[in-house]
Design a protein around this ligand. Structure first.
Ligand SMILES: [Zn+2]
Length: 142
């Protein structure tokens, strides 16, 4: 996930936990620390949406709907979000920052697949070595 985006997600969590008022938001040292790390241009949109009582950052559902306005994102945007997790994208309908939640089970599955492909590679290397050995023995016998 984009670093600024993950900070925005944390900032939003803090604000929602503290009741979402502007005064309390400004007083919280945790919020101030977070805000100091986020580029101003991102904070502008974030603050505007938060002031309006809307979600400023929202996850995209598996079906490709924005988590804030529930409208479907264009297929191209969904593809870009999936392919480039470092991208800081916004919903074209409501303007909030959108992201795909990292899927733990999917990552675990791909790790298993990687391990499996390594095993296959190892096996085929072994098989090649065995074939090579057999060929060498046959050559030696001839
Ligand atoms: Zn939206």
């Amino acid at each position: 996930m984009n670093k600024a985006l993950s900070l925005l997600v944390r900032l939003q969590e803090h604000i929602h936990q503290s009741g979402g008022t502007t005064i309390r938001r400004a007083l919280s040292p945790a919020v101030l620390r977070l805000r100091a790390q986020i580029p101003q241009e991102y904070l502008c949109r974030f603050d505007r949406l938060t002031r309006q009582g809307r979600l400023a950052v929202a996850p995209v559902s598996e079906s490709g709907a924005c988590g804030a306005c529930h409208l479907l994102l264009p297929a191209g945007d969904i593809w870009m979000l999936r392919e480039m997790s470092s991208l800081l994208a916004t919903c074209p309908h409501c303007g909030c920052y959108v992201y795909f939640k990292p899927r733990m089970e999917k990552a675990a599955k791909s790790r298993t697949a990687a391990a499996r492909s390594l095993e296959t590679e190892e096996l085929s290397r072994l098989a090649a070595a065995v074939r090579h050995g057999r060929a060498a023995r046959q050559w030696a016998r001839a």
